[in-house]
Design a protein around this ligand. Structure first.
Ligand SMILES: Nc1ncnc2c1ncn2[C@@H]1O[C@H](COP(=O)(O)OP(=O)(O)O)[C@@H](O)[C@H]1O
Ligand SMILES: [Mg+2]
Length: 365
C-alpha cells in the first residue's frame, strides 16, 4: 500500500476517536497534526485544547489501538500536545492571560484558598503557564501557602509591577501590596485602588490560566472583580453540610448575576479516610451536599476533596500537597479537579452559543 493510501486509512480510523467532552471526533476537531508515515511506521501529534485534559491517556491509547490494527501499520507513535485556547472577550485588562478562573465560597474557612492554590499547582504540573491572584484582601493566605516571604513586588515601568514567582507559578497577593503583609483596613476608594492595580498593573506576561482566590462571601470586592475581570468561569467551594450550602448558594448566584459561567462546585472536606484503615471512608460532615447544590443549579460537581492532615500541613509549610506528594489520594483528587475545570472551560469555548459576557452593572444582592 502506498503511504497516501495508508494515511487515508489512518485518518478514517482516527475519525472514530471521539473527544468525550466535546462530542466530536478528533479529526474534525482539528486535533490531528504533523502526520508522518514511513513504510508502515506511523507518527502524529494529537493537539488538545488543554494539557490538563482528563482523558489524555485514554485518547492516546485509543488512537494507538485503532491505528495499530490497520493492515500495513507496523508501529504507531502518538505524541500528545496541547495549545491552550483563550476565552474570547473584549475587556482591555489582563490581555496576556488566556483563561481566568475565579474561586469563590459563600463563607470563610471552607478551604477556598487551599482549593485555589492546589488547582493552580495541578494545572502547572501539566506544563501550563499558571498565575495566582490572591484577591482575598482582608485575609490573604496564598503567600503563606506557597512559602513566599512578604516583600514588595519588583517595579516595572508606568506604575506596573511584576508578580512573585514560586514553584514555576506567578503570584500576586494583597499581602505584597501592604507593609509587612498586615491585614488591610481599607476604605472604599483604597479598595478600588487595589483591585485596579490587580487588573491593570501586573506584568503577568503570557499565562494559560490565572486562578483568582476571591474573598469569602459575595461583597463589593467579589462583585467588582467578577464584573471587571474577563473571567472564563467561576468555581464555588462548599463543605457538605446544609448550613454551608445556604452560603454557597449565594456564591453561585453571584456569578450568575454577573453572567459569568459557573464551571461547577467543589465539595471540600467531603470525607475522612483513616491512614491506618485506608478502606474506610467517614462522611464527617454528612453526605451529598455538593451534589445537591450542583443539581439545583444544573452545573457539574467538579470534585470531592477528602479531609487530610497533609493538606493542612501543606498549607502551613508553604508547599501545597499537590506539589509535595502528587501521588497521594488527596493530590489525585485535586489533579482530577483541575482537569475537570480545564475541560469545562474547553467545553464552554466549543459551544456555538457562547455564554454571554456582557455584565449587569447595577446588581445588588
Ligand atoms: N481538605 C482539607 N483537609 C484538611 N484540611 C484542610 C482541607 N481544606 C482546607 N483545610 C485547612 O482548613 C483551613 C482553612 O482553609 P482555607 O483554604 O484557608 O479556607 P478559606 O480560604 O476558605 O478561608 C486551613 O488550615 C487549611 O489548611
Ligand atoms: Mg482563604
Amino acid at each position: 500500500m502506498s503511504s497516501e493510501d495508508l494515511q487515508a486509512k489512518v485518518i478514517e480510523a482516527l475519525k472514530t476517536v471521539m473527544d468525550p467532552d466535546l462530542h466530536k471526533n478528533i479529526v474534525s476537531l482539528g486535533f490531528v497534526k504533523n502526520m508522518e508515515i514511513d513504510s508502515g511506521k506511523v507518527k502524529f501529534d494529537v493537539e488538545l485544547t488543554t494539557p490538563a485534559c482528563p482523558v489524555k491517556e485514554q485518547l492516546r491509547n485509543e488512537c494507538a489501538e485503532k491505528v495499530g490494527t490497520i493492515e500495513g501499520v507496523e508501529s504507531v507513535d502518538v505524541n500528545m500536545t496541547a495549545v491552550v485556547r483563550a476565552t474570547e472577550h473584549n475587556q482591555p485588562v489582563l490581555t496576556g492571560v488566556k483563561n481566568i478562573i475565579a474561586v469563590a465560597s459563600g463563607k470563610g474557612g471552607v478551604g477556598k484558598s487551599t482549593v485555589a492554590v492546589n488547582i493552580a499547582a495541578a494545572l502547572s504540573l501539566t506544563g501550563a503557564r499558571v498565575g495566582i491572584m490572591d484577591a482575598d484582601i482582608y485575609g490573604p493566605s496564598i503567600p503563606q501557602m506557597l512559602g513566599i516571604p512578604i516583600s514588595p513586588p519588583k517595579a516595572g515601568e508606568n506604575n506596573k509591577f511584576f508578580p512573585h514567582e514560586k514553584f514555576g507559578m506567578k503570584v500576586v497577593s494583597a499581602a505584597f501590596l501592604t507593609k509587612e503583609g498586615q491585614p488591610l483596613m481599607l476604605r472604599g476608594p483604597m479598595l478600588g485602588g487595589i483591585i485596579q492595580q490587580f487588573l491593570m498593573n501586573v506584568e503577568w506576561g503570557e499565562l494559560d490560566y490565572l486562578v483568582i482566590d476571591l474573598p469569602p462571601g459575595t461583597g463589593d470586592v467579589q462583585l467588582t472583580l467578577t464584573q471587571k475581570a474577563p473571567l472564563s468561569g467561576g468555581v464555588v467551594v462548599t463543605t457538605p453540610q446544609e448550613v454551608s450550602l445556604i452560603d454557597a448558594d449565594k456564591g453561585v448566584k453571584m456569578f450568575q448575576q454577573v453572567k459569568v459561567p459557573v464551571l461547577g462546585i467543589v465539595e471540600n472536606m467531603s470525607y475522612f479516610v483513616p491512614p491506618d484503615m485506608p478502606d474506610k471512608k467517614y462522611h464527617i460532615f454528612r453526605q451529598g451536599g455538593g451534589q445537591k447544590l450542583a443539581d439545583r443549579f444544573h452545573v457539574p460537581l467538579l470534585g470531592q476533596i477528602p479531609i487530610v492532615g497533609e493538606i493542612c500541613e501543606g498549607g502551613d509549610l508553604g508547599k501545597p500537597i499537590t506539589l509535595n506528594d502528587p501521588n497521594s489520594p488527596a493530590s489525585q483528587a485535586y489533579i482530577e479537579l483541575a482537569g475537570k475545570v480545564a475541560a469545562q472551560i474547553s467545553i464552554n469555548q466549543a459551544k456555538e452559543d457562547k455564554p454571554e459576557t456582557t455584565f449587569e452593572l447595577a446588581w445588588k444582592e
